[in-house]
Structure formats: C-alpha cells, structure tokens
Ligand binder design. Structure first.
Ligand code: NAG
Ligand code: NAG
Ligand code: NAG
Ligand code: CU
Length: 149
C-alpha cells in the first residue's frame, strides 16, 4: 500500500516538473477564425483579432468555410505581400493559402511560425470579399516567451 502511494507521489512530482519544463511550443493555442461565424462575408475580423489577441508564435489559425455550391458562396484564404496591398485588397501579388475547397470539414489550419505581420484576406470575387465583405485581418504573433506576461 505504502509503495503504491509513494509511486503515485513520484508520478505526480514528475508530472509537475514536466509541466514546468514543457517546451514553449506546446503552449501554442488553436483559434477558429471568427469562432461560430467562421470565415464568412460581413463579419468584422479586425474586431475579432482585437478581442482574441494577442497571438503568439506557433499558435494556429483555423479557417472554416464550406465548399461552394448552388447556395453557398465560395471563400478562400490569401496572404498579401505587404500592408499597401492589404489596404487596397490588391490580390495581384497575393499568395494562395487555402483554396475554395480547403476550408471544409475541420477547416484549414495555418501555423503562425513567423513573427511578422500576416495579412490574411479572402480572394473571392476579385477582392470584393476583402473590400466590401470585411474578410481581412492582420495578425502579428508575439514571441512565445511573453505569453505569461
Ligand atoms: C515553434 O515550433 C517549432 C517547431 O515545432 C519549434 O522548433 C520552435 O522552437 C517553436 N518556437 C517557439 C517560439 O515556440
Ligand atoms: C470593425 O472593427 C474595428 C475594430 O473594432 C472597427 O474599428 C471598425 O470600424 C469595424 N468596422 C466596421 C465596418 O464596423
Ligand atoms: C450546399 O452546401 C451546404 C453546406 O455544406 C449544405 O448544407 C447544402 O445542403 C448544400 N446545398 C446544395 C444545394 O447542395
Ligand atoms: Cu470570401
């Protein structure tokens, strides 16, 4: 009996030490962009970022949207190269992150690996989802070391 409880004690102590020494990466969080609204026309993602932030390096963003059909409009995810393209919703130099099909099911997961501004937009309708539909937001992940501040 005594042996068993001390084993439990040791296991608990090890678990606690592991918790303290766990690498920063394992603190990473996963965010569904827009929460219940998901990735859709007319939701204010700039406001969502303000409410959800700050975001940290290695956190991930999950974009969820249904594939297009007769009743569901297509959405996608692009990354703008710079702030000017982001402001004007100019997709010419944008990089495709997730196509119209990739938001299906459990969604498309993007890991924020770099500590740089990420300019996300929806690329549909030649930028109209970005300009008129508010489907755009900027995330600049902070260093993970700051999470507990
Ligand atoms: C982020 O994850 C990568 C790969 O898992 C790891 O090498 C890196 O140390 C992590 N960075 C931070 C700041 O947690
Ligand atoms: C979206 O939210 C931001 C931040 O709260 C706010 O500044 C902006 O005016 C909102 N946009 C619209 C169209 O309501
Ligand atoms: C279109 O897709 C939505 C969401 O995936 C689904 O609920 C709906 O039944 C589909 N409609 C048609 C006409 O296929
Ligand atoms: Cu869209």
């Amino acid at each position: 009996m005594e042996g068993k409880s001390s084993t439990t004690l040791v296991a608990t102590a090890i678990a606690l030490v592991m918790l303290v020494l766990m690498p920063e990466a394992s603190h990473a969080e996963r965010f569904v962009v827009g929460d219940a609204a998901r990735w859709t026309w007319g939701y204010n993602y700039t406001d969502w970022v303000i409410k959800k932030g700050p975001f940290f390096q290695n956190d991930s963003l999950v974009f969820m949207y249904d594939p297009p059909n007769a009743t569901v409009h297509a959405h996608s995810v692009y990354m703008m190269r710079n702030a000017a393209d982001y402001q004007s919703c100019n997709l010419k130099a944008a990089k495709l992150v997730a196509n119209v099909m990739q938001g299906a099911g459990s969604g498309y997961e993007f890991v924020l690996k770099k500590r740089k501004p990420h300019y996300f937009v929806c690329g549909e309708r030649g930028g109209i989802h970005c300009t008129m539909g508010q489907m755009k937001f900027i995330v600049k992940p902070k260093s993970s070391a700051c999470r507990d501040d």
